[in-house]
Design a protein around this ligand. Structure first.
Ligand code: SF4
Length: 308
């Protein structure tokens, strides 16, 4: 493994590349990355980088966003099959139909959506800034997709009427976490706080001590007086929590909270990606230009130093 890591570091230098990794990536990928974060942090980092090549260790919509924000850079994803199933649940046609039904509504899409659907959005949000972004919209009715659980979270924290599009879009990894998973964990760790992601089902959101994006979880667990936490999101975040907050204990609410798409990327694939400059992610210009307007809308609401 040491040789492989050295090979990656050398290739990275040769290519003038940066490695960005999502919090749900395998531990060894997080450890070699130049930056590890959530979708919002990774988008900001993709804008700021001086590197010529961005190796994106995440899923397709994240690499697409990096490419839209950096049309002059080479954006690579080490495995083309790292495709987010939730993003695929929303089709352009669904948004068009909803717009006809609610002509006065504005459309806000979760960043976990395809570049093509983003062209139909007035603004994009991440789980770190969804309520703030939606509160800043003019219309009282917002078409929101693709995650109906995040839609529930947002509706409770804004004065807007939220229409989920499609009606039943979910992240399979988060949606499977049940109330019983948390009750059972609490029996084992009665002093732990429940910290969950807003992609979990409403019943679990209601029982949580804190709901946040992965980056928000990190901030919360650092500041909290508690020493133990039951974490309700993809289990890749546990590595980062343990690494950055060594004095505290973190337990996964369920061992099955694993996103298969996020785990597609391995060290070997990162090496091959740098070596052969594969697989390049390019968004057609007509899609990219329109999608960028909606992404810029999101970024305009938040500066790099805003709390998550
Ligand atoms: S964790 Fe869920 S939303 Fe994130 S990439 Fe996997 S399936 Fe998509």
């Amino acid at each position: 493994m040491k040789n492989l890591i050295n090979e990656i570091l050398e290739l990275k230098k040769e290519r003038n590349a940066i490695i960005l990794a999502h919090n749900y990536q395998r531990p060894e990928i997080q450890d070699i990355a130049d930056f590890v974060g959530d979708s919002l942090g990774l988008s900001r980092e993709a804008i700021d980088t001086k590197a010529e090549v961005i190796v994106f260790c995440g899923v397709d919509f994240m690499a697409e966003t990096a490419s839209i924000l950096n049309p002059d850079k080479t954006v690579l994803i080490p495995d083309k099959s790292a495709i987010c199933p939730m993003a695929m649940m929303l089709k352009v046609e669904d948004i068009k139909v909803a717009k006809e039904k609610y002509p006065n509504a504005e459309t806000v899409l979760y960043i976990n959506s395809t570049a093509e659907t983003k062209t139909e959005a007035d603004c994009i949000c991440t789980s770190a800034n969804a309520p703030e972004t939606i509160n800043a919209m003019n219309s009282d009715t917002i078409l929101f997709g693709p995650d109906k659980n995040l839609a529930y979270f947002v509706e409770k924290r804004t004065k807007k009427r939220i229409i989920p599009v499609p009606e039943d879009g979910v992240c399979p990894t988060h949606h499977q976490l049940s109330k019983d998973d948390f009750l059972n964990s609490l029996k084992k760790y009665p002093n732990a706080e429940l910290v969950v992601h807003p992609e979990v089902i409403p019943e679990v959101q209601e029982m949580a001590t804190h709901i946040a994006s992965t980056e928000g979880m990190l901030e919360y667990c650092k500041k909290s007086n508690s020493k133990e936490f039951i974490i309700g999101t993809e289990n890749g975040i546990i590595h980062r929590l343990k690494r950055e907050i060594p004095g505290k204990k973190f337990y996964a609410a369920s061992e099955i909270a694993i996103c298969p798409a996020m785990k597609m990327i391995t060290l070997e694939k990162v090496r091959d990606s740098l070596k052969e400059l594969k697989y390049e992610v390019r968004v057609p210009e007509e899609i990219s230009m329109k999608a960028k307007e909606a992404i810029d809308c999101m970024l305009s609401h938040h500066s790099k130093n805003d709390p998550l």
